[in-house]
Ligand binder design. Structure first.
Ligand code: NAX
Length: 327
């Protein structure tokens, strides 16, 4: 049996946490041969800590063979101690009457503290996935607050958007999701994101040959994927949780264990390619192997795509300037 790895999860008693922790402990994220120690962070509030204790009791009751230990805490430096993986799920939700700017600043406080704690105590190879919104900018803040860790280790979750886009395309083309390759979602995890199937293939043939419909792309596909989160809140009365947890598992699984040559979407610090300023955390197509991601380079960007990619970039730049004075 391999030595256990430490997996930190913040917001562990929340909805996504509840859908996520059991799957990590059962080996779905890092493999059925990889023991894990779960290090769970919640707010220092009686209610949150009690809920966390309840989740830990349930984890115990599953008697997962791969669960080698558990820590529940309200202290980021305890949660992130020697962490090999950190899934930053907990964030300040938008309250009634709260402006976008206030939400950004409240979360900036949280992710500054957590970035500093990661910098101080986490493994130097920690792989960080930010799920809590605004995910890209929160990841940027954590990255900037952790100057001693490699910037490439900070990522934001666009995998839910990627998976949503995959399913919409599979339905439209009447093919299996597993047969669609080379899809990506560019930009911010927000309704401005740009799901792009120009390069997608089914059985090696271009998906655009089957779905040759610019009107459907612009007026149905892109808005459906972009507004899917809102559609789920309207239908369920709660935001996406199981699908978000599933996407977090997919993201970390592929980063750790490889994507077998397939494209997946990750929000990663830009290297300046595709006209995205360096450092901005932006969704791009990557291929993962040996614990590293490699950007898919050299894709042609047509006029429609340039406009869409610049729109989501403008939003990210605005978010970045809103928190610049803190970093
Ligand atoms: P919940 O409100 O159910 O749970 C969040 C939990 O985080 C709560 O238990 C809270 O006590 C805890 N928390 C808050 N601040 C914390 C802090 N500073 N340290 C530790 N714990 C803290 O929200 P949930 O539905 O689980 O969603 C979590 C986050 O994911 C939200 O920000 C949400 O907007 C975001 N999402 C991101 C998605 C993505 O694709 N990137 C999709 C799903 C989701 O909307």
């Amino acid at each position: 049996m391999k030595a256990p790895v430490r997996v930190a999860v913040t917001g562990a008693a929340g909805q996504i946490g509840y859908a996520l922790l059991f799957r990590i402990a059962s080996g779905e994220m890092l493999g059925k041969d990889q023991p894990v120690i779960l290090q769970m962070l919640e707010l220092p509030l009686d209610k949150a800590q009690a809920a966390l204790r309840g989740v830990m009791m349930e984890l115990e009751d599953c008697a997962f063979p791969l669960l080698a230990g558990m820590v529940g805490t309200d202290d980021p430096e305890v949660a992130f101690k020697d962490a090999d993986y950190a899934l930053l799920v907990g964030a300040m939700p938008r309250g009634p009457g709260m402006e976008r700017k206030d939400l950004l600043l409240k979360n900036a406080e949280i992710f500054t503290v957590q970035g500093k704690a990661l910098n101080k105590v986490a493994s130097r190879n920690v792989k960080v996935l930010v799920v809590g919104n605004p995910a890209n900018t929160n990841a940027y803040i954590a990255m900037k607050s952790a100057p001693d860790l490699p910037a490439k280790n900070f990522t934001a979750m666009l995998r839910l958007d990627h998976n949503r886009a995959l399913s919409q395309l599979a339905i439209k083309a009447n093919v299996a999701v597993a047969d669609i390759k080379k899809l990506t979602v560019w930009g911010n995890h927000s309704p401005t994101m740009y799901p792009d199937y120009r390069f997608a293939t089914v059985d090696g043939k271009s998906l655009k040959d089957t779905i040759n419909d610019a009107d459907w792309n612009a007026n149905t596909f892109i808005p459906t994927v972009g507004k899917r989160g809102a559609a789920i809140i309207e239908a369920r009365g709660l935001s996406s949780a199981a699908s978000a947890a599933n996407a977090a598992i997919d993201h970390m699984h592929d980063w750790a264990l490889g994507s077998n040559g397939e494209w997946v979407t990750m929000g990663v610090p830009s290297d300046g390619s595709y006209g995205i300023p360096e450092g901005i955390i932006y969704g791009v197509p990557v291929i993962t192997a040996n614990g590293e991601y490699t950007r898919v380079e050299g894709l042609a960007i047509d006029d429609f795509s340039r406009v869409a990619m610049d729109k989501t970039l403008a939003e990210l730049e605005e978010e970045r300037s809103g928190v610049a004075h803190l970093l």
